[in-house]
Design a protein around this ligand. Structure first.
Ligand SMILES: [Zn+2]
Length: 171
C-alpha cells in the first residue's frame, strides 16, 4: 500500500543504539489500505529500532481493536489485535539481495517507511474468519442462523466431513 509520511523514520540522524517510536493508526491508514476488512479501529503501533553501523533492526508491535463486521451475524465487532513483526535493513548498499525480512538499503538512504510493514503485520494478526464470542451475535440474526443450521443438518458442509474423517483416523 501507499507509504504514509507519518510512518517515515529518519534514521540517519539517530545515534547507534535503541530508539522507540509510537504511532496511532489514523483514518487515512484504513482508507489507504483499500481493504474491506479494515474500516477503522483504535490501534497503536510501538516501534523499537536498534541501529548499528551495518543494520537497522525494527520491531513492530501492533495492539488495539479493529472495527470489523462479524462474519456470522454481520453486526459491528470490536476485534482485539496483537501482532508483532520484525524487519531488518542492511545499510551496506547492496541492493541485489532482498527477501521478506531483510531489506538492503541504498547507501544514500536516510529514512525508512513502515506503512507497508504495519499493514502486513495487521493482516497477519487478523484471522480469516472473525466472529463474536459465542452467544454475543445479534440475537435476531442468531435465531435465523440457528434455524438454518438445523434445516441444513442432513447435508453438512463437505469441508467439515473431511475434518471429521481426519479426526476419526487420528483416534
Ligand atoms: Zn456476530
Amino acid at each position: 500500500m501507499e507509504a504514509l509520511k507519518e510512518h517515515t523514520i529518519a534514521f540517519s540522524g539517530l545515534a547507534d543504539g535503541a530508539h522507540e517510536f509510537q504511532f496511532t493508526l489514523e483514518p487515512e491508514f484504513y482508507a489507504a489500505a483499500g481493504d474491506e476488512d479494515l474500516e477503522g479501529g483504535q490501534m497503536t503501533v510501538d516501534v523499537k529500532l536498534e541501529k548499528s553501523s551495518t543494520l537497522l533492526v525494527v520491531n513492530i508491535h501492533l495492539k488495539g481493536t479493529l472495527a470489523l463486521h462479524c462474519d456470522r451475524c454481520d453486526g459491528p465487532l470490536d476485534f482485539p489485535i496483537d501482532g508483532k513483526q520484525q524487519q531488518i535493513y542492511r545499510l551496506t548498499g547492496q541492493e541485489e539481495f532482498e527477501d521478506d525480512e531483510l531489506v538492503s538499503l541504498d547507501s544514500h538512504a536516510h529514512s525508512i517507511n513502515l506503512t507497508h510493514y504495519i499493514y502486513e503485520c495487521l493482516r497477519l494478526a487478523l484471522p480469516i474468519r472473525h466472529v463474536h464470542p459465542a452467544g454475543q451475535c445479534d440475537p435476531e440474526v442468531e435465531q435465523v442462523l440457528n434455524k438454518m443450521e438445523v434445516e441444513h443438518d442432513p447435508h453438512p458442509d463437505p469441508r467439515w466431513e473431511v475434518l471429521k474423517d481426519l479426526k476419526d483416523k487420528q483416534q
